[in-house]
Ligand binder design. Structure first.
Ligand code: 13P
Ligand code: SF4
Length: 340
């Protein structure tokens, strides 16, 4: 009897280098066992840019597959097993509200530069590219901020307030130099004084998976496991993130666990699929625990059944398309990041 997994394996064998399957760390293990490359969003962007495979299947969420579509060449097509796998945080920025914010920030001094987290639509990345800005991921946000400061510009960071706040704090910026732009309020809810003082403006977006981690979770983990080290993803709000021992992107979290001494206990605040996989992989050496169980419902939309469906049908409705003018702007911003 042919199982779903064995049919996927057979198609991969048949297509060989004609097919590249990319999988984000938050995917379930049953999907990742079929991936040619597993990584965080920065690593997967690099794989897409370097690949020559005519067919790329992206197991992740929409913004990641769009970045792959923007970075790969004209003879390559990017597919997603489940097109509705989006990112609610990326959806918190719409081109109209973004233009209004840009006008507000630039009213008195036009020295802002957009630094756009890759968890954003291709349109938002294109806006960034058109205005000379740069994209970043959670693993290189600090370098992207420094890139903008080195050009004597102020940073307009979007869409994740918390990654922006953690990055600004880690670079030693005082709170008075960081403002939050609330896109739901008139003029962003930003006063003229705060605007003139600010070196960084943060869009008030957030990730539901990571805002689930609180200072109370950290306190409870410290009490239950006093010898444990705690690491969280930098999309975790500052009040909790500052109490952790370390902050890092998905790949940085993996390296933290891999380099921990034998017998260590590590408590992790990020998506549960990654934490469970690490706990399983490292169980002979290190104890890995979740700070709290938090799952990305959109990442979970990809499974072996819809992966097989895309490989068997190559259904055009599963192609990730980015209009050429949008792709050009987005590519400029992504390539600045890849060159960092
Ligand atoms: P990474 O950049 O760590 O892969 O994170 C992507 C993401 O969506 C986190 O929520
Ligand atoms: Fe978006 Fe959060 Fe899911 Fe990452 S974990 S894809 S930021 S909703």
């Amino acid at each position: 009897m042919h199982t779903t997994g064995s049919r996927i394996a057979e198609i991969r064998r048949r297509l060989g280098p004609e097919l590249l399957i990319l999988g984000h760390h938050y995917q379930r293990a049953a999907v990742l066992r079929h991936a040619d490359a597993v990584g965080d969003s920065l690593e997967l962007s690099r794989h897409a840019a370097a690949s020559r495979a005519p067919r790329i299947v992206f197991c992740g969420v929409r913004f990641m597959a769009e970045s792959a579509a923007v970075l790969c060449g004209p003879g390559q097509t990017v597919y997603m097993p489940e097109m509705s796998a989006g990112c609610p945080m990326a959806d918190m920025v719409r081109p109209g509200t973004l233009e209004a914010a840009w006008r507000t920030l630039n009213r008195n001094a036009a020295d802002w530069l957009p630094v756009v987290y890759v968890n954003s639509s291709a349109e938002v990345k294109a806006f960034c590219g058109r205005h000379g800005g740069i994209t970043c991921t959670s693993s290189n946000a600090g370098r992207a901020f420094k890139w903008a400061f080195a050009r004597n510009r102020r940073v307009f960071f979007l869409p994740d307030e918390h990654l922006g706040a953690n990055t600004a704090a880690e670079l030693g910026l005082p709170d008075a130099h960081v403002l939050v732009y609330d896109y739901k309020r008139e003029g962003g809810g930003v006063g003229a004084d705060a605007l003139s003082r600010a070196r960084v403006a943060l869009w008030k977006g957030f990730c539901l998976v990571h805002t689930a981690f609180t200072a109370a979770h950290i306190a409870a983990a410290r009490e239950a496991l006093p010898a444990a080290r705690i690491i969280v993803h930098p999309e975790t709000p500052r009040e909790a993130a500052r109490l952790a021992d370390a902050r890092g992107s998905t790949s940085q979290i993996i390296r933290y666990v891999q380099s921990a001494p034998d017998g260590a206990t590590i408590v992790i605040g990020t998506e549960l699929n990654l934490v469970q996989r690490l706990a399983e992989e490292q169980r002979e050496r290190v104890t890995v625990k979740a700070l709290a169980p938090s799952v990305c419902a959109n990442m979970a939309k990809t499974n072996e059944a819809n992966l097989l469906a895309v490989l068997e049908t190559w259904d055009a409705r599963r192609i990730v398309r980015v209009p050429a003018d949008v792709a050009a702007g987005a590519r400029a911003a992504l390539e600045r990041m890849l060159a960092l």
